[in-house]
Ligand binder design. Structure first.
Ligand SMILES: [Zn+2]
Length: 308
């Protein structure tokens, strides 16, 4: 199935630089990351099994009800202590890849849009498991969980879509939403549609591109930092290994063909959480407890990046 974020076939593995960079980063920041992880784990514990879209349950000390979607920092009983809202004042845009409605709108999503360097389909349906669990459903579920976790940390969170529109948005609009929000970080959530036996996660970073409205010179560096933090935290939280089919074992890939990255003016990465076409990865992707770990890993990575 054509899939906009699936890697093009027969690309040479990227080994040398990403491995060195990641190894160095890991060595330098291992102690910081561990400390951050422990703090995070302690703070996010009560929400571990939160359902998609669930808000933290008010604790015994939380007075009164909270409006849906507008839980203020400190109102949940979890983030009430001083300094417990480390992402207050920061905006994170979550971009749930695809849209469940895309399947019913082939003409609309096949329309070509300008991504600066090229023209590309507005959006795609995404992939699915053999049993029919769609990537679009997966990305929304993980995004809802991620939103809860980031809001607990005080962040302002914007979703590019919440199955609240017939299809899309198109990839250029997805980028525009992050830009307009002035996002401090954007994470586009996906799962891959690769061959059986291809397993693991990878984070996609914007390449240096320039053309038309695309110019990633200012975001390539911060996006790499964001992506490295997410890859490290995702591996820890889920126990998943970096992809064995792209990125040379680093869990990182660099792409110049994704409109959502090319048109971004704020730090942005994609994460392919696993491969929906591999049975072993499917067992993880279809498990709600694993998806919660995935969201926690992404949240820790975002927080570590923003606090770094
Ligand atoms: Zn996708």
């Amino acid at each position: 199935m054509h899939h906009d974020d699936s890697p093009p076939a027969a690309r040479p593995p990227r080994r040398s630089k990403p491995v060195r960079v990641l190894a160095l980063t890991l060595a330098v920041s291992a102690s910081t990351a561990l400390a951050g992880w422990l703090v995070w784990g302690a703070m996010s514990g009560p929400a571990k099994n939160a359902a998609p879209g669930a808000r933290p349950a008010p604790g015994p000390t939380a007075p009164g009800p909270t409006a849906p979607g507008h839980t203020a920092p400190g109102s949940s009983g979890v983030t009430a202590s001083p300094g417990a809202a480390p992402l207050a004042g920061r905006t994170v845009v979550i971009d749930p890849g695809h849209n469940p409605g895309n399947f019913a709108h082939p003409r609309e999503i096949n329309r070509l849009v300008d991504i600066g360097t090229n023209r590309k389909e507005c959006d795609t349906t995404g992939t699915s498991t053999d049993s029919g669990y769609t990537e679009a459903a997966f990305t929304l579920d993980v995004s809802h969980r991620l939103r809860v976790l980031l809001r607990e940390q005080g962040a302002t969170v914007v979703l590019t879509q919440d199955a609240d529109r017939p299809y899309g948005p198109c990839i250029d609009e997805r980028a525009r939403i992050g830009n307009t929000a002035g996002a401090d970080a954007v994470v586009s959530v996906h799962a891959d549609g690769s061959a059986v036996g291809n397993r693991g996660f990878h984070v996609i970073l914007p390449a240096l591109v320039k053309g038309g409205a695309a110019d990633t010179a200012r975001i390539a560096g911060p996006s790499r930092s964001l992506g490295e933090n997410i890859a490290r935290a995702f591996a820890r939280a889920t126990g998943s290994a970096p992809a064995n089919y792209v990125g040379g074992g680093t869990g990182l890939d660099v792409r110049k063909d994704l409109g959502g990255l090319n048109l971004s003016t704020v730090p942005k990465v994609f994460i392919e959480c696993g491969n929906m076409r591999d049975p072993k990865d499917v067992a993880l992707l279809t498990d709600a407890a694993w998806r919660q770990k995935a969201a926690q890993g992404i949240a820790v990575g975002v927080r570590t990046y923003l606090r770094g």
